[in-house]
Design a protein around this ligand. Structure first.
Ligand code: HEM
Length: 227
């Protein structure tokens, strides 16, 4: 099979979804790690210095271009697969499966992905756009001047509506990952049996912990648990 034929076939599209999905998962690990610095309770110093490092290191800025390319590919292929699956479902299966064959969130990946897209548009406009396209106020630590992104976070999470939307976004993220994590490894060929059970168990733990950690960030700012 030619490469072009592979990438436009159903399995090729799923392959791209898996690779970009795993790449995005690795981004989430770094992102949650950097953000967790807000809990250092040091007035934002550790978080601001970590953000400054991420924003000014050349390799990381290059990876950021890859991140947005991966995100775009994941969204486009996801939409194409969703449309194909819907038209297949309309024709119906020989034996109707109802809800027995799969969990609701496995059948709702398109919807969960769309909710995440809305969340991301709001999220990027809150933090990434001001950080890249405006001059954020700065603070000085030991003679080093860095953007005060921490103050931005504290400001954004004063609104109960915004905090609620972030928590809903994180719940969508959890369900999207609950299916996506194990599905990505299945597509890449992890065989059924012991290995896939391991991937599934790890995937459930990962999805819950990472989403809970993200959700606790706006909540702990709003409730004044950090300073
Ligand atoms: C809920 C807690 C979260 C907080 C406090 C937070 C905070 C931030 C901040 C401050 C930035 C700007 C970084 C910069 O200066 O460039 C950022 C960027 C970004 N965030 Fe989040 N984030 C959260 C959750 C999430 C989630 C759940 C996702 C994914 C589903 C996500 C995806 C992104 C992306 C794609 C970017 C742009 C990447 C980049 O900066 O290079 N974030 N976030």
């Amino acid at each position: 099979m030619k490469w072009s034929a592979f990438f436009t076939s159903s399995i090729g599209k799923k392959f791209i979804m898996s690779l970009t999905g795993i790449f995005l998962i690795s981004f989430l690990v770094v992102h949650v790690g950097v953000n967790a610095c807000i809990w250092a309770n040091d007035g934002g110093q550790m978080f601001n210095l970590a953000s400054h490092f991420m924003g000014t290191t050349v390799v990381i800025r290059i990876l950021e271009v890859g991140l947005f390319a991966g995100l775009l590919l994941h969204i486009i292929q996801g939409l194409v697969l969703e449309v194909q699956n819907r038209s297949r479902r309309k024709k119906g299966y020989a034996v109707p499966m109802g809800n027995k064959g799969s969990k609701w969130y496995s059948r709702s990946m398109g919807l969960l992905g769309t909710l995440l897209l809305f969340f991301l548009i709001m999220h990027l406009s809150h933090f990434w756009v001001p950080s890249r396209f405006t001059d954020l106020p700065t603070v000085e630590y030991n003679g080093k001047e860095v953007a005060n992104q921490y103050a931005d976070i504290i400001g954004v999470f004063q609104s109960p509506l915004v905090v609620s939307l972030y928590v809903l976004g994180c719940i969508s993220l959890m369900y999207h990952l609950l299916h996506g994590f194990q599905s990505a490894f299945r597509t890449l060929g992890v065989p059924n049996g012991k290995y896939i059970s391991l991937v599934k168990t790890f995937g459930v733990g990962f999805s819950v912990i990472i989403s809970l950690a993200f959700a606790m960030m706006p909540v702990s700012v709003y409730l004044g648990w950090i300073n």
